[in-house]
Design a binder for this molecule. Structure first.
Ligand code: GH3
Ligand code: MG
Ligand code: MG
Ligand code: MG
Length: 297
């Protein structure tokens, strides 16, 4: 099966372009050649090749300048560049690496060497991209609480910090499942975990895309609603509260129900971060003392 990697060949000599293309096309499907060096960076940005083969001596400019431009753009900086040059001077060769190339090959070259070098760089690029995508996935996993899939406390604190920095008004909510110890003691931790997951889902399902919901710890959740007034906040929280009341989990023929108390506060940027959390907590505490299963400001 032909390799789908995209290779861009930049050389002002049409003959070299043709030779390189003829050699590479025995294995690679997508080889694009360009002779006009001035257009080459724009072409690279558009097609985002997996490897660039670049001539050193070009009519209007030189390959070093092209390489520098490729390496200074975030769009093309990670694309490996291999120089193709008839220069043998050591200074020229070390310059190739100084401007960011991964390799060079001397003209005239034999096809086996060109094929081997191209294969090495394409393979290493493939591994690098795989690794980067794995790291991205891992980082995304670590942003979320394993059980509830809501954001972790750490991520919430980072977001909260940035809201204080941009001085945006928002509503801060702390929610705590009522009598959760009794649920655990009566039905066991597995059921407790299932309830936690369902409550988290009820919160998430009633959030707007810009809202941030996190697991604050244990059976407590924390949420940030940007630019909401008191009425709209109450409306959202009532929807959450009712969704939680509707959760019905069957265990050995018994229906288990669950309620949650919400405390919230409007945060203006003249309030300190710790103070705003304490205010939401205080409202929650009031709700717990006055019957639970309610939303208190
Ligand atoms: P209140 O209505 O006043 O909030 O009472 P409560 O029983 O909910 O509060 P309490 O702080 O007494 O108990 C919280 C319980 O939550 C105790 C702890 O074992 C349980 N818990 C914390 N994290 C988890 C968890 O990840 N899974 C399970 N199943 N239980 C948890
Ligand atoms: Mg040339
Ligand atoms: Mg609690
Ligand atoms: Mg509780």
């Amino acid at each position: 099966m032909a390799d789908k990697s995209v290779i861009l060949v930049i050389d002002d000599n049409m003959l070299i372009c043709t030779i390189v293309k003829d050699i590479l096309k025995t294995k690679y499907e997508n080889i694009i050649t360009i002779q006009d060096a001035n257009k080459s960076v724009a072409v690279a940005k558009e097609i985002l090749p997996d490897l660039i083969l670049l001539d050193v001596v070009l009519i209007s400019t030189d390959g070093f300048e092209i390489c520098r431009r490729l390496k200074s753009s975030p769009v093309t900086e990670s694309i490996p560049v291999m120089f193709v040059t008839s220069e043998s001077e050591r200074k020229i060769i070390s310059r190739c690496f100084e401007v960011g190339a991964v390799d060079y090959i001397r003209k005239p070259f034999i096809s086996a060497e060109l094929m081997a070098r191209v294969a090495v760089h394409l393979e290493s690029r493939k591994h690098k991209l795989q690794l980067q995508s794995m790291i991205r996935e891992m980082a995304e996993v670590l942003r979320h609480d394993e059980l509830t899939k809501l954001y972790t406390r750490r991520i919430f604190m980072q977001e909260l910090q940035s809201y204080f920095e941009i001085q945006h008004k928002f509503v801060l909510v702390i929610a705590d499942i009522d009598n959760f110890k009794r649920i655990n003691d009566t039905y066991g931790h597995v059921i407790g975990d299932a309830i936690l997951t369902l409550v988290a889902k009820a919160l998430k399902d009633n959030c707007r895309p810009i809202d941030i919901a996190a697991r604050w710890g244990g059976e407590e959740f924390i949420m940030l609603f940007p630019s909401l007034n008191e009425d709209s906040t109450r409306h959202i929280l009532e929807c959450m509260r009712k969704s939680i009341n509707e959760i019905c989990l069957e265990h050995k023929g018994e229906m288990i129900s669950v309620t949650t108390t919400f405390g919230f506060t409007n945060v203006d940027f003249d309030v300190e971060m710790e103070k705003s959390i304490a205010m939401a907590d205080k409202a929650l505490y009031y709700g717990k003392k006055h019957g639970k299963n309610r939303c208190i400001m």
